[in-house]
Design a protein around this ligand. Structure first.
Ligand code: MN
Length: 464
């Protein structure tokens, strides 16, 4: 915030568009737009810089209003000072406040019902809009009202607010996903998903879609829900290269989960709702192979969502994979089933493999007392010899250590679990994993079935 506070609320940012964007002609009779900005304890200057930037870069006749919806912030400058500040906009900027915490997703849906423009444009509360960013989005929606139009996002540095493109200027990208539903991107043509924060959509179409599933809590997964729903039920998503919006990428998530504190992360509950509604059964398994601990967790009532799908004769997830998200299979092949998941534990002692806070490219992992809570002690051993840890994989490190690596595209590995002896062999190298009883060491040593520190079991854990 110190950096943001020092920078003008009406600064100019670089024009990062392709040259051709400067010469495109757009129709005159475009729909009007309501820009909706939802926030919770946002910085005063980042929020107001977003507002100023929207107004400064949008044609006056097309910008119906800027709708600010405060999701129950408690920061003092977002109270009276904010009300006072927006008076200068003479009613163009409207401010609504939730009487209690509703979450980002619910608040966005609420913003859509409060808006009065033909098109709603959702922006995060820490954005700056590029030159003529709004018109190319509205033009795509004018052409087809069931198209969601997504601007191309530039980066604003959290530390010094430096503005720079994040995408290669002459390449075009699109949003996809991996099987744990971590959001990913790949190069164009049409866009199977969107990152979630910034997009334009016809307001009535969004309402016809039932907006976001009201069972999704706080934030997370809503971009997939809306993407799958749009594509499977006859709409489309396009990324618009001539529309550029800068977004502050932060190294932390200021939008916390408030009082809700279930036994598994809220995001995973949201993902489960999306999986159970929009994925065909065989695809659901891929997700639960990646997130085995949550299978069966109660996700509330989804009958409304299923009825919507039925009523609108929405297409199958297989259709979506075969026609829209075509590169997901190549970039993230379906994970083979796990032969075991949970903690990798010595048979004779409560000592478990432990990632110890390491990540891909970091130092060796080790072992520590089993805590049965997952986290750094949660691994998946698949049928094709790969040991997974979150979206990463476990492999050899140096001559005889073990560490976390980026997974190869092919979901296979060199590990062999020998059920009878409990040995975890590293291919045909003659090396096996060995956990020391003390000192937290985990290494690869010459296989010795009589060494009880080489004899493991893979034991399911129950986290809820
Ligand atoms: Mn953001």
């Amino acid at each position: 915030m110190v950096a943001s506070d020092k920078i003008s609320l009406t600064r100019n940012i670089p024009d990062t568009r392709l040259d051709e964007c400067k010469y495109w002609h757009y129709p005159e009779d475009l729909p009007t737009a309501s820009v909706i900005i939802v926030f919770h304890n946002e910085g005063f200057s980042t929020l107001l810089r977003t507002v100023h930037s929207v107004i400064k870069t949008s044609p006056y006749r097309l910008l119906k209003e800027v709708v600010l919806v405060d999701d129950f912030s408690d920061k003092i400058d977002l109270k009276g000072r904010l009300d006072k500040y927006i008076e200068q906009f003479n009613g163009l900027v409207k401010l609504y406040r939730n009487p209690e915490r509703l979450g980002l997703i619910g608040t966005r849906s609420k913003g859509a019902t409060l808006a009065t423009g033909d098109v709603i444009v959702f922006l995060d509360a820490h954005c700056e809009c590029g030159k003529n960013w709004l018109v190319p989005l509205l033009a795509r929606i004018r052409q087809n009202r069931t198209t969601m139009a997504v601007p191309t996002i530039d980066g604003i540095d959290w530390n010094d607010f430096h503005y720079s493109p994040v995408y290669n200027k002459h390449s075009h990208y699109r949003g996809i996903f991996e099987w744990g539903f971590l959001y990913k991107e790949s190069e164009v043509p049409k866009a199977p998903t969107h990152a979630g924060g910034l997009f334009a959509i016809d307001r009535n179409y969004f309402i016809e879609l039932g907006m976001y599933d009201p069972g999704l809590q706080i934030w997370g997964g809503e971009n997939f829900e809306l993407s799958f729903k749009i594509w499977q039920c006859g709409g489309s998503i396009v990324w618009v290269p001539c529309s550029r919006v800068g977004h502050v990428y932060r190294n932390h998530m200021p939008y916390g989960f408030g009082k809700i504190n279930p036994k598994i992360p809220v995001i995973l509950i949201n993902y489960m709702r999306v999986v159970e509604v929009w994925l065909d059964p065989e695809f659901r398994d891929y997700f639960y192979t990646r997130e085995p601990t949550i299978r069966g967790y109660p996700i509330g009532n989804i009958s409304e969502q299923l009825a919507f799908k039925e009523r609108n004769k929405c297409k199958s997830f297989k259709w979506y994979m075969d026609n829209i998200a075509i590169e997901v299979y190549q970039m993230f092949p379906p994970p083979p089933p796990n032969i075991g998941w949970g903690e990798i534990k010595l048979r004779t002692e409560s000592i478990c493999w432990d990632a110890r806070g390491e990540s891909a490219g970091g130092g060796p992992i080790g072992s520590s007392s089993c805590h049965h809570m997952g986290g750094g002690q949660l691994f998946r051993f698949n049928k094709r010899g790969q040991i997974g840890y979150g979206e990463r994989c476990i492999d050899k490190y140096g001559s005889n250590q073990i560490s976390i690596h980026y997974c190869p595209v092919d979901p296979s590995g060199r590990w062999i679990f020998e059920e009878k002896t409990g040995l975890i062999k590293y291919g045909e190298s003659g090396l096996c994993a060995r956990a020391e009883r003390v000192g937290g060491k985990l290494s690869l040593e010459s296989c010795d079935p009589s060494d009880r520190y080489q004899s493991f079991e893979i034991k399911n854990i129950k986290i809820w």
